[in-house]
Structures are given as structure tokens and as C-alpha cells.
Write a protein that binds this ligand. Structure first.
Ligand code: C2E
Ligand code: MG
Ligand code: MG
Ligand code: MG
Length: 281
């Protein structure tokens, strides 16, 4: 009930909040059904060697084919999936589907194409993460070296010893580890020493205003130089224009991902694109 609360006094309850809670609960119910009804789908976006134009990897990006709302992007449901813990079974589905796809690429003579998979903090600290992972590798027959896990800096900040141990265990199997959205978290660089990192993904926010913006030019150049001297792979996210591409190539960045090269696409379209690119080389 709206009473007078005075200045600077927090209102504890509003009808709006009630609606938000209801919406959230409905979303969680729908997500549970979505798993049962096979409404999830992986789209794939290519990662290119910016010098040669060759495809070196693909990133699996989750989509939800909602019966009424159509294709729902991950930012609209991953947070609810994380809060409710549903990200664990959803993430298992993602892992299995992406590993199956990696195996298909392997069989189609694209074994050099790595498959990147996004992983949330909640999944990573799940007790069974490593054993589930091994089971998927066994069932699909995928080579762990063909896989890369993408985790964000904020995921690593929430790090528990469990998550760290899991990342080391997977690295031992041969799985690559990429830091996603690099440069946007509040964490210190010290985690680079504690983690078996193989790749940094420079966040799109540093690329957007290239090549015009002085600060962004300095920041990307610095991240690329640091990554190169640490022997990490660098993938720049969100390359949308030719001038961005030209600048990044010149500053020593080898790999890029973005709408300029290709949008995320369903798997059939990915395969068509890969075969066409192969013919060109
Ligand atoms: P991310 O891992 O940083 O993925 C890159 C996002 O940037 C994707 O958005 C991609 O479509 C978009 N993108 C790629 N190139 C460009 C470009 O040139 N310009 C612009 N403006 N955007 C570009 P998407 O697919 O909507 O995914 C958003 C985020 O959702 C991902 O960010 C990732 O954090 C999360 N996510 C996606 N799939 C999964 C999943 O299977 N599991 C988990 N836990 N998270 C996922
Ligand atoms: Mg990612
Ligand atoms: Mg990213
Ligand atoms: Mg992101």
C-alpha cells in the first residue's frame, strides 16, 4: 500500500515488484518446459584468422525458440536460468550439443576448427561439472583439444576453489580456456597467473569506436601486446567494419569475430559457409 514514506526512505513493496516476481517465476517455469520440449538451439558464429581469412573456430551461442515469442536471445533468459539453477541442466544440453557438433566438424575434415562454449559461474562450481564433462566427451567421442571454454572475468571473481580446480582439471584434459569480455570485469590481472588461460577475448566495447577513438586504440593495442607476449591467443569480439579489421590486423591481433565476418547462424548455414570458405582457400 502506498503510504507517505518521506524523502530517501526506501519503499519496501510495490505492485511493480510483485509483477516482476511473477514474471520471473513464469519465465523459470517456461525454461523448465523448454528443456523438455527441445526448444533450445545452438547458433554458431565463426572466428577468423584476420590475416588469411581462414576460419579457426566457432562459438556456440544459445537461442530459445519460444512457441509464441519466437527466437529469444540469451541475455533475456540466461540471468533467470542462473538464478534458478536451471543453467546447470541447460548448460549440460549446450555442452552435449556443441561436442556433437565438434565431432561432426572433425569427421568433415574440419578438425582444425575449435568449438568455443560459454560457461556460467554456477555451472563451473557445480560439484559434478568435471565428471559430467568427461561423460559427454566419452559419449560423443570428441577430442578435448578441439574445445574451448569461455568464462567471463566476473565468473572468475565469484571463484571458489572448486571452480579453479575444475578449470585446471579440464585444461589437463586438453580443453582450452578463454577469458570472455576481457577488460570489462573488476578483477585484477592476478587471475591470469592462477588460471590455465589459453586465450583472451577482447570485449566489443573496446572495438566499437575503433579506429577513431584514441583511448580504445591504446587499450586494444596494449591487450593484444600483453596477450601475445604471454603466448595467449587473442580473439577480438564485435568486429563490424573494414577499418576496424584493418586497424586490428596492423596492431598484431590475429583472430577476430564479428558481424563484419559473419553473424551467428544455425548449424546448416554454418556448414554451407565453412564449405564455401574452404573452396576459396
Ligand atoms: P558472448 O559470449 O560475449 O558472445 C558474444 C555476443 O556478441 C553474442 O551475443 C554475439 O551474437 C554478439 N556479437 C557477435 N559479433 C557481434 C558484432 O559484430 N556486433 C555486435 N553488436 N554483437 C556481436 P548473443 O548470442 O546474444 O549472446 C550474449 C551472451 O549470452 C554471450 O556473450 C554469453 O555471455 C551468453 N551466452 C550465450 N550462449 C550461452 C550459453 O550457451 N551458455 C551460457 N552460460 N551463456 C551463454
Ligand atoms: Mg563468449
Ligand atoms: Mg564476449
Ligand atoms: Mg558478453
Amino acid at each position: 500500500q502506498a503510504k507517505y514514506h518521506g524523502r530517501n526512505v526506501y519503499r519496501f513493496y510495490t505492485p511493480d515488484m510483485n509483477r516482476e516476481v511473477e514474471q520471473r517465476l513464469r519465465l523459470e517455469r517456461e525454461l523448465r518446459l523448454a528443456l523438455q520440449n527441445h526448444e533450445f538451439e545452438l547458433y554458431y558464429q565463426t572466428q577468423l584468422d584476420m590475416q588469411t581469412g581462414r576460419v579457426v573456430g566457432i562459438e556456440a551461442l544459445l537461442r530459445w525458440n519460444h512457441p509464441e515469442r519466437g527466437l529469444v536471445p540469451p541475455n533475456e533468459f540466461i540471468p533467470a536460468a542462473e538464478d534458478s539453477g536451471l543453467i546447470v541442466p541447460i548448460g549440460q544440453w549446450v555442452l552435449r550439443a556443441a561436442c556433437q557438433q565438434a565431432k561432426n566438424l572433425y569427421k568433415a575434415q574440419f578438425k582444425h576448427v575449435k568449438v568455443s562454449i560459454n560457461v556460467s559461474a554456477r555451472q563451473l562450481s557445480d560439484r559434478d561439472f568435471v565428471s559430467d564433462f568427461k561423460a559427454v566427451v566419452r559419449d560423443t567421442g570428441v577430442e578435448p583439444e578441439q574445445l574451448v571454454l569461455e568464462v567471463t572475468e566476473s565468473t572468475l571473481m565469484a571463484d571458489t576453489q572448486v571452480a579453479l580446480a575444475h578449470l585446471h582439471a579440464l585444461r589437463t584434459l586438453g580443453v582450452g580456456l578463454a577469458i570472455d569480455d576481457f577488460g570489462t570485469g573488476y578483477s585484477s590481472l592476478s587471475y591470469l597467473k592462477r588460471l590455465p588461460v589459453t586465450c583472451l577475448k577482447v570485449d566489443r566495447s573496446f572495438v566499437q569506436h575503433l579506429p577513431a577513438d584514441d583511448e580504445d586504440r591504446a587499450i586494444t593495442t596494449l591487450i593484444v601486446a600483453m596477450a601475445n607476449s604471454l603466448n595467449y591467443r587473442v580473439v577480438v569480439e564485435g568486429v563490424e567494419t573494414e577499418p576496424q579489421w584493418a586497424f586490428l590486423r596492423e596492431c598484431g591481433c590475429h583472430f577476430g569475430q564479428g558481424y563484419y565476418f559473419s553473424y551467428p547462424v544455425p548449424v546448416e548455414q554454418l556448414m554451407v559457409g565453412l564449405l564455401e570458405a574452404q573452396k576459396r582457400h
